[in-house]
Each structure stands twice: as C-alpha cells, then as structure tokens.
Design a protein around this ligand. Sequence first.
Ligand code: DQA
Length: 139
Amino acid sequence: MEIHIINGPNLNLLGKREPEIYGNQNFEVFFESLKHQYPQIQLFYFQTNHEGELIDYLHSHGFSADGIVLNAGAYTHTSLAIADAVRAIQTKVIEVHISNVFARENYRHHSYLATSCVGVISGFGMHSYTLAIEALMRI
Ligand code: DQA
C-alpha cells in the first residue's frame, strides 16, 4: 500500500510555528516515527509552500497511490484550484488539520476541499495524520 502525506504552506515550520496551536514537534521527526509504526505501508512525504506545486504533486501521484493525506494549510480555505485537483484525481484523499479548525476563526470553518475528500480529520494534533492513515487502511 502506497500513501502520500502532503503538507501545504507554513507547515515546514512545525515545531517552531505557534507551538500553542500546532505543538512543538518537527514533522520530519514525526514522519520517521510513522514509518516505523507502519512498516507495511510505503509512506512518502512532500511539503511545499506553493499552490501550483501542491497541484502538480496531486496530479503526479493521484492516479497511482492508494491514498493521500492532505493538509493544505490555509489553501484549504481559499483554493478552488486545489479542490479541482482533488476532484480530478482517482486516489482517495483525506483532509487533515492539526488544530480543530472549527474551534478557531470563522474563516477557517469553510473548506473548499472537504466535498472532494473522502473525509476530514481535524483537531488531534499530529495524531490527525495517524488517524488518516488508519482510515485509509480501512476503506
Ligand atoms: C491547519 C489549519 C489551517 O487553518 C491553517 O491555515 C494551517 C494549518 C492545521 O493543520 O491545523 O496552516 O491546516
């Protein structure tokens, strides 16, 4: 099974960025622990701050991977283009958020991506990614 985790803008700063909201763990370190936890899954990780690169990556892996875990960061709330890309591909996509976006500012309550995803996981810290992998293994 092949699963890709994709992180969008500002998520390269996890561990340093607003730790009271996003925690103090660096994503690369967390990703290594995920690979140990799921040795049976081929896990890949990609992060970019650029909308077009997120779309290119979805196009490149969205017809061959078994699942995609997508934290598009603020693009979740703004990007029709990423929503169209998620709709255009065949691989199942789960939208994830580290924070509970529904407990935050109103502008974070709407997701352009959610209707194109199989589901949304929000608010469990880094465990949101683990829960998304568990969900992909079961669907
Ligand atoms: C986020 C929530 C978004 O609203 C925010 O813009 C992010 C991170 C999260 O993981 O909680 O960059 O996607």
